[in-house]
Design a protein around this ligand. Sequence first.
Ligand code: PEP
Ligand code: MG
Length: 744
Amino acid sequence: MNSLRQVMAEDGETRSRLDQVVHLIASTMVADVCSIYHREADGTLLLIATEGLKPEAVNKTRMGSTEGLVGYVARTAEPIAIEDAPRHPAFSYRPETGEDPFHAFLGVPILRTGGVIGVLVVQNRTERSYRDEEVETLQTIAMVLAEIVHRISEDQLSAQPDRRARGQNGGNLRGRIFCEGLGYGRAVLHDPVVPAARFFAADQKEEALRLEQGLKDLRASIDRMMLIDGAALGEDPRDVMEAYRLLAHDTSWAEKLQEGVRSGLSAEASVDRARREHRAKMQAARDPYLRERLHDLEDLDNRLLRILGGDENKPQITSESSVLVARRLGPAELLEYAKLGLKGILMEEAAASSHAAIVARALSIPAIGGIEGLTTLIEQGDYVIVDAEQGQAHIRPDDAVYDAYKSRVALRSERQAIYASLRGLPAETKDGKTVSLMLNAGLDLDLDMMDQAGADGVGLFRTEFQFLVSETLPRLEDQIALYRRVLDRAGGRPVIFRTLDLGGDKVLPILNQLREENPALGWRSIRFALDHKGLFRRQLRALVRAAGEGALTVMFPMVTTPEEFREARALLEEEVVWTLKRTGRKPSKLEIGVMLETPALAFALPDLAGEVDFLSVGTNDLLQFFFAADRMTPSVSDRYALISPSALRFLRMVAETCQTAGIRLSVCGEATATPLAAFCFAAFGYTSLSMSASSIGPVKQALRSIDLAGFRRGLDQALNEPNGAFRNQVLRIALEHGADIPDA
Ligand code: PEP
Ligand code: MG
């Protein structure tokens, strides 16, 4: 290990260092052959260095991605040790290498964070079995070697400037827009990075103690988490947490880490090695339970790295230009980073991070999620353009891409200036219909946007956000304080508080809710609230207390039946009575509404006449249930559109029902946020549209340009006789009636 350390520390041409390394390994492991294969861009495995095989085979012998024993190691990301390789079914013979006389074969994957980047092999003439320690040592060497091998890919890229800019390692990555906007900066990776300079331990004994202490601290922190949150857990979630705790106490994991240190690695490098293995296995695993477990293990590796590294391991965010790159990110973590300043956010996972996405929106940071393989393609410090107007990230952009980006930024700010000039004006159509444009918010940070965007109030305040970004359950006082701040900031403009909407994609780590087969259809939202009356009552009490003697407007999410609404409403009314008794105060005006998120409720509305003050259509959930298309599954989430005959006929019917029942109409899902959708809703009689801040300007500008009555006539006609390209049909009608829509 010492000699390897020397080779690693030397500056030198990559290939000659590889030659030194294979020579060194062959002699220390008493092997007749030591070879390194590099996984090329197309997945094939190219022999790039060897001691013992014919030198002419270097840079010539190439195995298919799953061919032979080398391909087998690359595919499974597992080591393989065989006494007599030619007899193994996966063996593939290459005459040009002259490997006939070698029987014993030991191959280990060369892993980096992104997965397998090569394979390291030793071979012996005689049939022999390799000891576990030898396998272990070779894995450790492969870990160290990964940095040099990786440099080969880098060198190849810089030798081809165009590929460096737009090649498969750079290039454009597509994802889902979490927060609209444009940003540019250097990538900062969320997962801790262990620099190669810290791979080796200076003092092995001390390093073993440091690792021991790190493990102790990690276990203690997880035990504490169990204690604090245990009270709030039900049976099943407690099992899930307990399984995680057991993993942290797992002696085989700890032993493996200690082995790494014994073989000469630093504590961090040893954890990093385990993390690479867990990640690679996860990429190869199909079984969802195994994947979950490996995910948990990787989480533990990351936690331990943070503990070992202390502050040094924290990502270095510089406010002038950092783009955060993460696989998964909790909302609380995102808030921490955002305080330091971020130009953009890129995330791998779309589903688990959707509340991080909403935090990104609250902070107006351009963000893209659901980018597969993101963290394997971006390196720390890479320049990145976050194009969250088109849902693309450009890694290491060349001049042409960068120039195009700059002119888009200029265009964007021109538009912003136009929207700003409309701030004080109402969203009044050409024929005199006024629509309220409200803000969707969830944190008090969002409220800064209220004046900037010229919102008429808050049409949806997502109260669960306070819960999602807290480490512990917010107390009654915390909730009252937040609601008061919101009301103060609104300064008399209406605010609609939506009660806790937990579950589905908004899983609360503290409650560690059940993992369900179909979370969107599961124990969520009002269902969850009505089954956790303590939690729910406390929130209702906080809302009533915060309103004091002012007006209070509350709505309940995901209501499916009138009974659910009635039960929730009764609880709220009881809290009003209770608060009056205790404080002598009650809201001067109480309005209670319901969200329309399930199609079933649309057909129950006549039964709620006189009981419901207003209805707010939550298109995000409604459309997923209406079209039976999961909003969190990228391959289906964008497949169906609001601007379609079926959805619009349904929304027109809802409007007519509400008009008959005397229920006020509004919308608060993301689908309102485009001019065309806003025309349709306004035409049907929805008088209030709530959306994120960045959409208010464009929607207002568009509404101010249209003759709504004319558009409605055209729309009704189109709904009677839709043609194939229905959106175009509606767009044409809008344009015929004066619509001014940029980029239409
Ligand atoms: C909706 O479903 O449209 C909605 C506004 O609620 P959320 O996005 O918070 O589920
Ligand atoms: Mg919803």
